[in-house]
Design a protein around this ligand. Structure first.
Ligand code: ADP
Ligand code: ZN
Length: 523
């Protein structure tokens, strides 16, 4: 089980000349019977880290993966290389399952893909006892972490693997893990003493850009026309409805776009996915249901029209761009409504207080990335516990945003919210608060006699867009809160620090944007 044999498999079976950085060490270690925990970004080459040891060692490599919909494709791809692969999951009928089981027992498989819930079934465990397992590969290992963004209860059952099969080496792999998630994976899977391989999470060919959201579809169209004409890409939207509408909008504007979401029937979904993989220059507009495990090397852009729920999700989704190493764009349009909507989703979500706290922490980290005046890449990698120099290839590096002292503006805004509540016992949304600050006598202002408030018109030094930016940033910083279905603004415990204890507030100046030749302050 020395390196020459693994290299021979790499050359002959997979047709690659040499290992990529990290692969050889991991493959040798697992081939020799050791455990490993591998953190490598999407496209880094994780699959070979268990496929090659499985081919070299005696017995069948069992791969645990939550991506049931992809098992057939993964198995087909391996078979075309001459690797004997099969899978067991809930989509199969008993006959198919029995056939795979007997292949497994006869040692006629190199790799067996298993859904995690199958492994909890006693009969599956007995099956594995009767055959020879060469290794366990736990793919998408971050799913075992309760603090992570994609926890799956079925994964908890995997902590027993090592007690039940102490002699079988285990390799856990993930493309997304913060230091806390990394530690949780290691402890839940008893991999503290395993070889830990943590690759750099940097994807230098991806240019990260986060822009204020005004008219998102038009902004998207401008991006596609000016920078990505004829390119393949993915556009992520939060809801099925907005997926449909955005795809129609792009088609109406001459861009070949296909929708993809869980509400479409399986046939349509499979067809759209297959076309995206096969054809050049197609755009898929999708919910996050799309993209897991899809290996298309020349995705030139990933655009988000809505804010992702977590930095992990954002990193995973944007990571689908540029696997071929060529320049690619990760573009996100983000606005006040996103913050409101996400805060509301969290408030209304099922689950206990701890669950909501976790979601809020994930959102806060995402908002901090959006509102940073520092290099996006530095912030993104810092979130995953890694350092880098300012990259020179993200929006904040290319056009550094100014920050300004927004303390007085924040005080005006917060005291308007406080006065409405104290003097009138009222709560309003951002629109009304800004109208009051700007001293606008709209019908709604007059109706509520808000022009009689002492704060009426105290904010004419800023433009409406600047006030909206301030509201968004105060929400992002937790200095302002939002409540109920109408997005009414409320103070938070931290608001007092600004109002009464002299806390300074730095705000990010909304960047200039070029619209049809005119420089315009956005949002
Ligand atoms: P991951 O699972 O980490 O996202 P994959 O295992 O799917 O990445 O690998 C990404 C791509 O890189 C695949 O097309 C794979 O065949 C290719 N690849 C992996 N290892 C090598 C290698 N040593 N040499 C050349 N290509 C490789
Ligand atoms: Zn940068």
């Amino acid at each position: 089980m020395s390196s020459p044999e693994t290299l021979r498999v790499l050359n002959r079976v997979f047709g690659y000349a040499e290992f990529r950085s990290g692969q050889q060490k991991i493959i040798d270690h697992v081939t020799a019977g050791g455990d490993a925990l591998v953190l490598m970004p999407t496209g880094g080459g994780k699959s070979l880290c268990y496929q090659i040891p499985a081919l070299v060692r005696d017995g069948v490599g069992v791969v645990i993966s939550p991506l049931i919909a992809l098992m057939q494709d993964q198995v087909d791809a391996l078979r075309t290389l001459g690797v004997r692969a099969g899978f067991l999951n809930s989509t199969q009928d008993p006959d198919e399952r029995r056939m795979v089981e007997s292949e497994f027992l006869a040692g006629e498989l190199d790799l067996l893909y298993l859904a995690p819930e199958r492994l909890r079934v006693e009969s599956t465990q007995r099956l594995l006892d009767r055959g020879t397992v060469s290794l366990f590969a736990i793919d998408e290992a971050h799913c075992v972490a309760q603090w992570g963004h994609d926890f799956r209860p079925d994964y908890l059952g995997l902590s027993d693997l090592h007690e039940r099969w102490p002699d079988v080496p285990r390799i856990a792999l993930t493309a997304t893990a913060t230091p806390a998630t990394h530690a949780e994976i290691a402890s839940r899977l008893n991999l503290e003493d395993a070889l830990h391989h943590v690759a750099s999470f940097d994807r230098p060919n991806i240019q990260y850009r986060i822009v204020p959201k005004n008219e998102p579809r038009k902004q998207l169209l401008e991006l596609l026309r000016t920078e990505h004409s004829g390119d393949a890409g993915i556009v992520y939207c939060l809801t099925r409805k907005s997926v449909e509408e955005t795809a129609e909008f792009l088609v109406r504007n001459g861009i070949e776009a296909l929708p993809y979401h869980a509400g479409l029937d399986a046939g349509t979904r499979a067809e759209h996915q297959a076309r995206f993989l096969r054809e050049d220059g197609l755009v898929v507009v999708a919910t996050i249901a799309f993209g897991m495990g899809i290996d298309k090397p020349d995705v030139r852009f990933v655009a988000h029209l809505d804010l992702p729920k977590s930095v992990e999700g954002y990193y995973q989704e944007t990571g689908r761009a540029g696997r071929d190493g060529l320049p690619s764009t990760a573009w996100l349009a983000y606005g006040l409504q996103d913050v409101m909507q996400h805060r509301k989703l969290i408030d209304n979500s099922e689950g206990d207080q701890a669950h909501r706290r976790k979601q809020a922490a994930h959102l806060d980290a995402m908002l901090a990335l959006c509102e940073t005046v520092d290099c996006r890449r530095v912030r993104l990698l810092a979130y995953f516990g890694q350092d880098c120099e300012p990259c020179g290839n993200c929006d904040t590096c290319l056009s550094p945003p100014e920050s300004w002292d927004g303390t007085v503006a924040a005080q005006k805004l917060l005291s308007t919210v406080v006065r409405l509540r104290r003097e009138r016992n009222q709560k309003f949304g951002a629109g009304q608060i800004i109208d009051i600050l700007l001293g606008k006598k709209t019908p709604k202002v007059t109706q509520h006699r808000h022009d009689e408030l002492s704060v009426f018109g105290v904010g004419t030094d800023l433009a409406e867009g600047e006030w909206r930016g301030a509201v968004r940033q105060l929400l992002a910083m937790g200095l302002l809160g939002v409540e109920g279905d109408y997005g009414t603004l409320v103070t938070t415990p931290s608001s007092d620090e600004v109002l009464y204890r002299g806390r300074e507030v730095r705000l990010r100046r909304e960047p200039k944007r070029v619209v049809r030749g005119r420089a315009k302050r956005a949002d």
